[in-house]
Design a protein around this ligand. Structure first.
Ligand code: HAM
Length: 411
């Protein structure tokens, strides 16, 4: 679980601002859910035999003996909230959320126990046009951030619940015949969650999987049609994808479309955004059957990617416009007065006043990442000032300062 320091929060804010602009462009409304939910909600939605529920949840009893869990993801809470507030009956919804999620995983680069997601969930739309829209939304975001050439869209279809159940049995039969070659995790999951065996990284299991029946060959006709419509719409929008028949996702609620945006630039934790369709989830959690689809992106991973590829614009790192200091101690009261005067005249600019020792003010201003440095001086009992923009000084009478600052920042 990490602290995010002011230098980094500037990058987070740039990222969040860019995401928000794109979400607005698609008419999504923000929903804010609690960080804690009843444990049952996650067990019933994510699935009992998943890594998240088996090993990764922060679960505790409150004073009433009720079992609560720090949310490991947002989809379950979003469905719970939308249902609870009557937002799903006979209507469509496009919702987004952001915030911390908690998973007891082995921490490493790009994988944390408290991490942040920005997610979208859309309800009441069963067609492939919605799947195409949520993917187009994410693609537009990568374009805005300069990331589009550094990420790959992986797509798959899991078919209907029924087609999956039939395929599941075929897979169990096939894998049972090769039991001795499977790794321990895969053996354990063989009967409870055999689809998860498909993304086992174990070499011996992978060897067995080479000849395993493929889900693609057992999809129902409607799901095939849905997938064909989706890929046609992506192609029409110029969104490139690769079909990954092994992509099954680590949460149980998906059907039909699943997708992940991945990158090679981050090492092992290369999935920066993932999601899909979950048409059965609302009913499974007690609501009236309502189709849904969405995705969530890992904010830390995307920020790491922006930093690694040096894609954060320099101006977004500058958290200050003006650093105000005095030439000598006697002028110190003028620092506060001038800073306040600037705030009155130019309320949108960011000003930091120098109240500490007067050594190395230039380098202190540079360290603060300020666009301008204003040094207040006195000459022949007159107050004057020097305004530094980079290495270029400009000498000013005190009453010229506000205009000079405004002009310098406009340029
Ligand atoms: P997920 O694949 O579990 O899906 O997580 C989505 C993204 O969150 C991942 O692709 C990754 O970028 C990030 N993430 C997950 N775990 C960690 C971690 N320990 N540290 C850092 N980043 C992490 C879901 O959570 C689904 N609720 C997505 C969804 C929304 N599907 C439909 N709607």
């Amino acid at each position: 679980m990490n602290d995010v320091l002011p230098q980094e929060t500037a990058v987070w804010q740039y990222f969040e601002k860019t995401v928000k602009q794109v979400l607005d462009a698609y008419g999504y409304g923000e929903i804010r859910m609690p960080i804690v939910e009843q444990t049952q909600l996650f067990k019933r939605s994510i699935g009992e035999v998943t890594d998240i529920v088996e090993k990764e949840m922060y679960t505790f009893e409150d004073r009433n003996g009720e079992s609560l869990t720090l949310r490991p993801e947002g989809t379950a809470s979003c469905v719970r909230a939308a249902e609870e507030h009557g937002m799903l009956f006979n209507q469509t919804q496009r919702l987004w959320y952001q915030g911390p999620m908690f998973r007891y995983e082995k921490p490493q680069k790009g994988r944390y126990r408290q991490f942040h997601q920005i997610g979208v969930e859309a309800f009441g739309m069963a067609g492939a046009d919605l799947d195409a829209e949520v993917i187009a939304l994410s693609a537009r975001l990568w374009k805005s951030l300069g990331l589009i050439d550094h990420v790959t869209l992986e797509l798959n279809s899991l078919g209907s619940q029924e087609a999956r159940a039939a395929y599941r049995q075929l897979l169990i039969d096939y894998l049972s015949a090769h039991l001795d070659q499977l790794d321990e995790d895969s053996k354990r999951r063989l009967h409870s969650n055999p689809l998860r065996v498909l993304d086992s990284k174990d070499p011996s299991t992978q060897e067995v999987l080479k000849n395993a029946p493929m889900l693609q060959d057992h999809l129902d006709d409607e799901s095939k049609q849905h997938f064909a419509e989706l890929t046609a719409m992506l192609e029409a929008q110029g969104i490139r994808y690769v079909i990954n028949p092994r992509l099954v996702r680590g949460l149980d609620y998906y059907n039909r479309t699943v997708f992940e945006w991945t990158t090679n630039a981050l090492g092992a934790q290369g999935t920066v955004c993932a999601g899909g369709r979950y048409d059965g989830l609302v009913a499974q959690l007690g609501g009236k059957a309502t189709p849904g689809a969405g995705f969530a992106m890992g904010v830390e991973r995307l920020i790491l990617l922006l930093e690694t590829l040096e894609l954060v614009p320099v101006s977004e790192r500058e958290t200050l416009d003006v650093y105000v200091a005095a030439e000598h101690k006697g002028l110190q009261p003028q620092v506060l007065a001038m800073s306040e005067q600037l705030r009155d005249a130019l309320p949108e600019i960011r000003i930091r006043s120098h109240f500490a020792g007067l050594k190395n003010i230039g380098s202190k201003a540079r360290m603060a990442g300020s666009k301008l440095t204003l040094l207040i001086k006195s000459r022949d009992d007159e107050l004057t000032a020097t305004l530094w923009q980079g290495d270029t000084p400009q000498e000013l009478a005190i009453n010229q300062v506000v205009d000079a600052v405004a002009t310098a920042l406009k340029g």
